[in-house]
Design a protein around this ligand. Structure first.
Ligand SMILES: [Zn+2]
Length: 85
């Protein structure tokens, strides 16, 4: 279950989704109904992840690209946190 990263509440409102080109996930914005914190999630199908792992050499590259992509998002998030402090 998705929990608010700030207060831990399970009461989360779904926000807008965003499709990224060539991405095997749905990026979704969410807002905590308790404290109003907005955050985002990525939704992958397990099949999609299994495919990335299972299809041989090319898919390893895909998997690496996905990880790079995820790292880029996380770096951006960390930068945001740092600028708030
Ligand atoms: Zn919250």
């Amino acid at each position: 279950m998705i929990q608010c990263p700030k207060c831990g509440s399970n009461s989360i409102a779904y926000g807008q989704t965003r499709d990224r080109p060539n991405a095997s996930y749905v990026w979704r914005s969410r807002t905590c109904k308790e404290c109003g914190k907005t955050f985002s999630t990525r939704e992958y199908t397990l099949e999609e992840i299994a495919k990335l792992i299972d299809e041989g050499k090319e898919s390893v590259v895909d998997l690496r690209n996905q990880c790079d992509d995820l790292l880029a998002d996380l770096t951006e998030l960390i930068t945001q946190y740092k600028s708030i402090k």
